[in-house]
Design a protein around this ligand. Structure first.
Ligand SMILES: [Zn+2]
Length: 413
């Protein structure tokens, strides 16, 4: 297919595959009529292909690219769409190609740099999965014990390797438990600082989850807390929730409930595709009105229950019965079908929810864009008051940390 696609089409001025006196084979490349540069790989792998406009835009010379800041510094106002290649030559140094442009500019690209940016599907997939975001492992209730990862607090705090494994577990399985953290109120901040920094919300930086008289938030009561995600009413919804158990209830209740929202969405997609479409396409009005300390707030965010990213991957689940507004700003005819779809989603979520009870010293951490979580009812007594401390960190910060540690590891290898 490749041969027929590029046969004869070839170029104008080009490819030069010469042998230097050292007999080292130089990179060779050719240009199609569609202005795509085709680079032959020395190892015989599939040829690499790059549109010439992209090569011109990504010239790495010091005039076009500021290496210190890793920033493009040419083409700020107009892209040089019409730039044409005069010739392409294998360069003697670094296994590179040098391109002479008709506007008398010259660009050099190393083979390694080009390979890393190859447009072939397999390479784009590799970059997305290995560098952008790891692939989610969706899990059913029956798989909970297999996907549960536990880590020691002191290892997470002192070893980058364990920190990376912990963050990867949050990215891939969506949750984990850290054991044996010290009995003090700074644990969630220590963990957030170890990654980067806490996300502040309406409820402050660290927040306390314990039963309060005149609670300002539904979570601050002893009643059951339905499966939900935190803060669907924020455009910039908190990424992970770090919940440190200081005192657990000795009563029957106080267990955590959790279901993998992406797994539930996938199950809905397979078994009830029409209902899935409704939950992907119908915006819901999420809201939070109230006061915490001196701060009054009125937050609203309109978004579907199931949000997909640009590649069609699961991106974010919004579900919180307590924070779903009675304003529902969709056309009348979409309302009843949405309830039918939502009811099925909730039914599947409860059927696939696991329950477990954390112990003092445990830190339960989960992806708040993905996991539905809740709590069973409990009873405080004068001598035993359930007490958790929580904090949030955003995914931007976590993915960045994952990439930083991975690239350090790669360099050290
Ligand atoms: Zn340049």
């Amino acid at each position: 297919m490749f041969a027929s696609q590029f046969k004869i089409n070839f170029l104008r001025n080009l490819p030069i595959s010469r042998y230097y006196p050292t007999y080292k084979r130089l990179l060779s490349a050719s240009l199609t009529e569609g202005n795509v540069v085709v680079v032959q790989q020395p190892n015989g792998g599939e040829p690499l292909q790059f549109p010439s406009v992209w090569l011109r835009d990504n010239c790495q010379c010091s005039e076009c690219f500021h290496d210190n800041t890793k920033s493009r510094q040419a083409n700020w106002k107009r892209i040089n769409v019409e730039s044409r290649i005069r010739s392409i030559n294998g360069s003697h140094e670094n296994n590179a190609l040098t391109i002479d442009w008709q506007d008398d500019h010259k660009s050099t690209f190393t083979l390694a740099w080009l390979q890393d940016r190859d447009f072939a599907p397999a390479n784009r997939k590799r970059y997305i999965e290995e560098v952008y975001k790891p692939t989610y492992q969706l899990w059913a209730k029956s798989e909970f014990q297999n996907v549960l990862r536990t880590f020691e607090f002191k290892d997470v705090m002192t070893q980058d390797k364990v920190l990376l494994e912990w963050l990867e577990s949050l990215a891939i399985q969506g949750f984990s438990i850290i054991k044996n953290s010290p009995h003090n109120v700074t644990v969630v901040r220590q963990l957030a600082d170890r990654i980067g920094y806490i996300k502040r919300t309406t409820y402050g930086e660290e927040f306390e989850v314990k039963s309060k008289d005149n609670a300002r938030n539904y979570a601050y009561m002893m009643t059951p807390l339905p499966l939900h995600t935190d803060m669907p009413y924020y455009e910039y919804k908190a990424g992970i929730n770090i919940l440190h158990c200081l005192v657990q209830s000795q009563s029957q209740g106080g267990s955590n409930l959790m279901a993998d929202g992406f797994y539930i969405a996938e199950k809905l997609r397979k078994e009830f595709p029409k209902l899935f479409e409704i939950l992907v396409k119908t915006p819901v009005d999420w809201y939070d009105i109230g006061k915490d300390g001196d701060m009054s707030f009125h937050n609203i965010w309109r978004a579907p229950t199931i949000c997909l990213d640009v590649d069609g991957r699961y991106h974010r689940i919004n579900e919180n019965s307590t924070k779903r507004d009675s304003h529902f700003t969709v056309p009348l005819k979409q309302v009843a079908p949405w309830y039918e779809a939502y009811d099925k989603f909730v039914e599947l979520a409860y059927a696939e929810a696991v329950d477990f009870k954390t112990a003092p010293g445990d830190v339960f951490v989960f992806n708040n864009l993905r996991m539905l979580h809740g709590r069973t009812a409990y009873e405080d007594s004068p001598a035993n008051k359930r007490h958790l401390i929580g904090a949030y960190v955003d995914w931007d910060i976590i993915y960045s940390k994952i990439r930083i540690i991975r690239s350090k590891n790669a360099i050290n290898c």
